[in-house]
Design a protein around this ligand. Sequence first.
Ligand SMILES: [Zn+2]
Ligand SMILES: [Zn+2]
Length: 257
Amino acid sequence: MGIRNSNNKNKEHEEELFKQPPTEEDCPICFLRLPYLGSGSRYYACCGKVICCGCVHAPVYDDRGNEIDDQRCPFCRSLRTSSDEELNEMEKKRIQADDDIALFNIGVYYRDGRYGFPQDYTKALELWHRAAELGHAAAYRNIGVAYETGRGVEVDKKKSEYYHELAAIKGDAGARFSLGCHEVCAGNIDRALKHYTIAVRGGYSESLEVIKDLYKKGHATKDDYAKALQSYQAYLAEIKSPQRDKAAAADEEYRYY
Ligand SMILES: [Zn+2]
Ligand SMILES: [Zn+2]
């Protein structure tokens, strides 16, 4: 019975692990799927919205259709602030409202000792755990990385894998890519290919390059590579828009794929 249960559990876990995860959310202004690449969107602490580069770059209009200055948030139109102190205050307020992105971001500031936050790995992990509980996929990945590198915790490969898997299941393509790399090192090319292919669909283009490489070296079939290419095209079809192209052409900081 005990063995049977654990087998079932393994099977369930495997199924969950290799299921196509949920996609990134949509931009609240243009309603198109947000790109995976970080430079493809911006987080606004005023309203807690993640807005795509296309809508960030586009002019902001008032209720009468007149263009207003671009120092305002494109979603809630509150005046943008550029001082670290004010931004920190805003994000701290968002934390009180259980905003998972704010929790994640401030965790990163503590990890890096940035924007006036002292470097504190323990504090970073505490915030990422809270963000993860609220459903932030990349927070799980950062916890996984901490267990891999021993920042703020003892190195623990098992826990690192566990958190990377949770992140991947929640839709973090970067964590999925790392799991693929670990499987390659362990000689499990089949599992690696599954991870890489899912990561490609999530917009992790480096994954496509790796699959291409595996194909060239004879570790993956032509069909594997063709499927991955198709997945990437499907991803691009979901995220591409003329408005985002315009933003990316105007400024490298708005590159979104
Ligand atoms: Zn948008
Ligand atoms: Zn706003």
